[in-house]
Design a protein around this ligand. Structure first.
Ligand SMILES: CC(C)(COP(=O)(O)OP(=O)(O)OC[C@H]1O[C@@H](n2cnc3c(N)ncnc32)[C@H](O)[C@@H]1OP(=O)(O)O)[C@@H](O)C(=O)NCCC(=O)NCCS
Length: 160
């Protein structure tokens, strides 16, 4: 595992170094979840409302992504499309740090009134994380995922 000196949160700017790091992390979530390919992720990130931030980690050869959050930010609402922590860095507080940072960013820099996300009903780790940052379960979407699994919808009002 490579090291994290301090927990920095950086904007994903689509630089060549970041895109190479995104490819490595996207390969990991593809293997684990059969979710967005690297190409699909890049396409999502090219839309003007889509922003991403990440926590970097370094080894002697390259910069990698320890954690990343991908968010659509509209005029009134923001939606987390995906949050992913590299398997080697899980349960160390990085997911909570990144999501808390996002909430603070939305409170101070953006005009949005609420943050939303969907999560698989089976993903209890992620649900605990969302509840820790103050999000509340507001609805269920039946058969939301390709495999027929239901989703919970979470919401956090953003206070400015
Ligand atoms: C869900 C995920 C983002 C959590 O990030 P993380 O950095 O591992 O989580 P944190 O260390 O910040 O922990 C935050 C809370 O989540 C819960 N949690 C996280 N990992 C857990 C584990 N292995 N066992 C039990 N609870 C866990 C706990 O409530 C934890 O708080 P606590 O440590 O005070 O008990 C990460 O596990 C991940 O990337 N999973 C795969 C992708 C995914 O499921 N994304 C979310 C759906 S889009």
């Amino acid at each position: 595992m490579s090291s994290i000196d301090k927990i920095a949160v950086l904007p994903f700017t689509r630089s060549a170094t970041e895109v190479a790091a995104l490819r490595r992390v996207a390969e990991q979530w593809q293997r684990e979840f059969k979710f967005w390919s690297f190409d699909e992720t890049l396409q999502v990130l090219q839309r003007s409302i889509c922003k991403a931030w990440y926590i970097p980690c370094r080894d002697e050869h390259s910069i990698n992504i320890a954690a990343i959050v991908i968010v659509d930010i509209g005029p009134f609402e923001a939606e987390v499309l995906y949050i992913f922590v590299d398997a080697g860095y899980r349960a160390k507080g990085l997911g909570r740090h990144l999501l808390s940072w996002l909430v603070e960013h939305l409170q101070t820099v953006c005009a949005v009134e609420a943050l939303f996300l969907e999560v698989r009903v089976s993903n209890t780790y992620a649900q605990r994380l969302y509840e820790q940052v103050g999000m509340q379960k507001i609805a269920m979407r039946k058969k939301y995922y390709a495999n027929g699994e239901d989703a919970f919808v979470y919401k956090l009002p953003i206070r400015h």
